[in-house]
Design a protein around this ligand. Structure first.
Ligand SMILES: CC(C)(COP(=O)(O)OP(=O)(O)OC[C@H]1O[C@@H](n2cnc3c(N)ncnc32)[C@H](O)[C@@H]1OP(=O)(O)O)[C@@H](O)C(=O)NCCC(=O)NCCS
Length: 136
């Protein structure tokens, strides 16, 4: 199985990606257009494909100086445990030398991130301003 790791967003079928995420239980309500905008507005992105099929995503928000946020890390269920997410996250982290990278995840992904070198933070606080995905 050949996996292609892409750092561009050319010819991505956002509708298909939205469907794949939703079917795999990792959709967060974004429309295909919102999904595309969130990736395009990111500091960096990585998308893994097997043939034309998207099997893994990850993206980074960053100020380019000291603080970054890792988000949308997802591997299609049937492609998990093959090192795909590790390779994608490592590739994105390489471009963030000297920066403090944060993330938020469910309990069952904590060990995955620890294997990639992340440590737990004493507190994680968050706030949704107004209604979720208000900018439709
Ligand atoms: C978490 C997730 C991205 C891992 O993707 P993956 O492609 O299977 O991960 P990898 O194969 O690169 O795993 C890297 C290492 O972490 C381990 N690992 C992967 N998922 C793990 C988990 N949930 N718990 C513990 N270890 C895990 C792997 O066994 C591997 O270990 P190794 O290097 O010692 O062999 C994937 O399970 C997923 O998409 N989950 C649903 C969405 C999610 O929770 N995303 C993260 C929160 S934002």
């Amino acid at each position: 199985m050949e996996v292609t790791y892409r750092f561009d967003l050319e010819k991505i079928d956002w509708r298909e990606l939205k469907t794949a995420l939703a079917v795999d239980g990792f959709g967060n309500g974004r429309t295909p257009e919102q999904l595309e905008r969130s990736f395009r507005n990111s500091h960096s992105t990585c998308i893994a494909q097997v043939g034309q099929r998207i099997v893994c995503t990850a993206r980074i928000l960053s100020d380019g100086i000291c603080n970054a946020y890792l988000i949308d890390v997802w591997t299609l269920s049937e492609f998990r445990d093959r090192g795909i997410a590790r390779r994608m996250v490592d590739s994105l982290l390489e471009k963030l030398q000297g920066q403090h990278v944060y993330l938020q995840c469910e309990d069952d992904a904590v060990e995955f991130y620890k294997k990639l070198g992340f440590g737990e933070q004493p507190h994680g606080l968050s706030l949704i301003v107004g209604k979720w995905l208000a900018d439709g």
